[in-house]
Design a protein around this ligand. Structure first.
Ligand SMILES: [Fe+2]
Ligand SMILES: [Fe+2]
Length: 153
């Protein structure tokens, strides 16, 4: 599969989970916790496939080096907000506010990726290269699923 198609599909899932998360209330602790765990796990693997496949490829080209560094930094910001969310009681107004900020950050990041970054990627890499990247991403995803399945609950 083309790497950009795969990433866009991921983005669709992420946006859906963010929208669902924003609808949860402080009283719906269990729903909120489950959704957050699902989103966190999915986002971790999504960040990983970008950081191990797409970003390094972009970093190697002078034209896209800056945008790759920006991507790494934006992931870092999101990771930090998620760490704070984990340390915040899920039934508190702080959690609600932090989740909203996380959502805005991630949505903005996705917009930048699907805009400028993917446009540049299509200019710099041909279809074969994008297919190869997609295959590597699928391998990483499959491996992450295996690890998850074999880890004790
Ligand atoms: Fe990203
Ligand atoms: Fe992404």
């Amino acid at each position: 599969m083309n790497a950009l198609t795969l990433l866009k599909e991921d983005h669709g899932h992420i946006k859906k989970m963010l929208a669902d998360g924003e609808e949860t209330t402080e009283r719906a602790e269990k729903t909120r916790t489950e959704l957050f765990e699902r989103l966190k796990g999915f986002l971790e693997v999504h960040e990983r496939i970008e950081e191990e496949v797409l970003y390094p490829a972009l970093k190697k080209k002078p034209k896209s080096e800056d945008i790759a560094y920006e991507g790494f930094e934006e992931h870092h910001v999101v990771d930090t907000i998620f760490e704070e969310l984990e340390a915040t009681p899920v039934d508190s107004p702080e959690w609600t506010a932090k989740f909203k900020v996380a959502k805005e950050n991630i949505e903005h990041h996705i917009e930048e990726e699907e805009g400028e970054m993917f446009k540049m990627t299509r200019q710099l890499f041909d279809d074969d290269e994008l297919e190869q990247m997609g295959t590597r991403m699928q391998e990483i995803k499959a491996l992450a699923k295996q690890v998850e399945a074999s880890s004790p609950a």
